[in-house]
Design a protein around this ligand. Structure first.
Ligand SMILES: [Zn+2]
Length: 101
């Protein structure tokens, strides 16, 4: 019973994360401060319920400051083709995120 309840809470938290991610994507250009707030909430929910974020979600959230990373706006992008590596650098805090492709 307790395990079912825990699974249900985690599933609901996962749904909330996907809703918030959709909202963050919608607001990334018009109201970037809202997108940052949503990505901050996504991180808090994921940490509280110990949910592993999907790669496409975690790739857009800065681990340093929680900003919503938009390549060319809130993040600089550098490509290292030899290593098949994409480096996103947060313009707010400067933390780098390495993404292999
Ligand atoms: Zn940052």
């Amino acid at each position: 019973m307790e395990e079912e309840r825990a699974a249900l809470t985690r599933r609901i938290a996962g749904e909330r994360i996907s809703i918030l991610f959709g909202l963050a994507e919608d607001n990334q250009l018009g109201r970037p401060e809202l997108a940052d707030r949503y990505s901050h909430l996504i991180r808090e929910i994921a940490m509280h319920y110990r949910i592993k974020l999907q790669q496409r979600v975690s790739a857009q959230i800065c681990r340093g400051c929680g900003a919503f990373l938009v390549p060319g706006r809130t993040a600089w992008v550098r490509i290292v083709a030899k290593q098949r590596l994409r480096i996103l650098r947060c313009t707010r805090c400067g933390r780098e995120k390495k993404l292999y492709y």
